[in-house]
Structure formats: C-alpha cells, structure tokens
Design a protein. Sequence first.
Length: 103
Amino acid sequence: MVKSSKGFRSRSRGTFTKEVRERGLPPVNRFLREFAIGEKVAVRIEPSDPHGQPHPRYQGRMGTVVARSGRAYRIEFLDGGKRKELIANAIHLIPSGGGGGGA
C-alpha cells in the first residue's frame, strides 16, 4: 500500500473546492479589504490564492484582529480555553457581520 501524503493541503478536498460558477480568482476588492484592530472576523480560506493561507483546520473559526503584520493580519481566538494567534492574508478573512439583530 502507498503511504498517504501528510502535506499542508492533505484531506481538504471539500474545503478547497469551489462551485462551478465561483471558479477562478475572486474580485480585486476582496484582496484589498482592510480590517480595523479589534474587529471580529471569520476565517474563510480562498482556495485559489495560496499566499498567506491559514491551515485548513481553522476554516470557519471566528476571531479578533489583534495586529497587522505586513500585508497580513494577526487573528486571536480561543482554542479549547487556550489563547492562540493565527496569521492570514485579508483574502482568507471575512467580516463576521455581527451587526446586532436584536428585537
């Protein structure tokens, strides 16, 4: 039997698959998006751009922007009660959209 690959993108076919009409690069404004420090963001990996891509295990994770490192952002979140930091480019982050929908 052949030994399975243990690379960065292994076992991530579903995570890195786009729908038929979404294929290719996203609009330019997604690359140029800026986030303020303290803003809540969600990690949504853009498969067509491998630069500054976080590990697939963090797909869907919510966090807070702590700092900016060059073109990338430092995202802080809790993982099992332990505080962790993640570095990702803006294309892999989306604003959380928690605009307060109370009654």
